[in-house]
Ligand binder design. Structure first.
Ligand SMILES: [Zn+2]
Length: 248
């Protein structure tokens, strides 16, 4: 893989200049997508084949949307505390927050356990990076269990699965909760395990509907309405609070 090249540009909206940086990622092949960087600057992830001129034209045409995206993304960023992975810091699981209770013991194997009092973490070395890695692994294991059992329940309710458990993969993603490939493999974001259980159910029901209907046409919504009638509420919750769960 070659290093991502980066280029810069700017557009204007209502007399204000919006500067951006263009990056390419192998996964982005069809459309432009927007992100913000650590300093709150605009990142435009664009297909490699798209020229700088076309990127600029596309952004300028949607300057209103770009402005709204930036305002929202910056506000979300402000809401989020910097995570330090220190004692007492609160972390989420299934919509509840629990404090970290960390013991550093060199030579010991790392361990994370969640009970009513919070996360007991035994870190094999010093420093927040150790704790962060242990937690990421813990969340992944929980996600595997939580998602598998919910996938089985919803597949059981969806006649088009013929009672078969769909294939599932986990992948840490920055903005996506789940997806369903044309081969019927459901990919889910382990960060989702921090959200309330009903949000997990919503995403899983949504992806199971994609096993039958691959796009978001009318037929898809009919299925989703049947399988998970409250989908609007939890879709909305993820839209409002999702950035908190994606923060790690
Ligand atoms: Zn979908």
């Amino acid at each position: 893989m070659s290093l991502p090249r980066s280029r810069h540009g700017s557009i204007s909206h209502e007399g204000r200049l919006i500067e951006y940086q263009i990056v390419h990622r192998a996964a982005v092949t069809r459309r432009i997508h927007l992100e913000i960087n650590e300093r709150g600057g605009l990142l435009v992830v664009a297909p490699r084949r798209m020229s700088v001129r076309d990127i600029n034209k596309a952004l300028q045409k949607r300057s209103q949307r770009v402005t709204r995206f930036l305002a929202e993304a910056r506000a979300h960023k402000r809401d989020l505390p910097a995570l330090n992975y220190r004692n007492g810091e609160r972390h989420l699981f299934l919509g509840e927050s629990y404090p970290l209770n960390i013991t550093e013991r060199s030579g010991k194997r790392g361990m994370v356990r969640l009970d009513g009092d919070g996360f007991k973490v035994v870190a094999p070395g010093q420093g927040p990076e150790n704790v962060r890695n242990l937690l990421i692994r813990w969340y992944r294991r929980q996600a595997q269990q939580q998602f598998e059992s919910r996938l089985a329940s919803f597949a059981g309710l969806a006649p088009w699965t013929d009672g078969e458990l769909p294939a599932m993969r986990l992948r840490l993603m920055k903005r996506t909760w789940g997806s369903c490939s044309s081969k019927g493999i459901i990919t889910l974001n382990p960060h989702l395990v921090k959200a309330p259980a009903e949000c997990i159910n919503y995403v899983i029901a949504h992806e199971i509907c994609h096993l039958r209907e691959h796009n978001h046409g009318r037929a898809f919504y009919v299925l989703q309405e049947q399988l998970f009638p409250d989908w609007r509420e939890f879709k909305d919750h993820l839209k409002q609070k999702g950035h908190i769960y994606l923060h790690a």
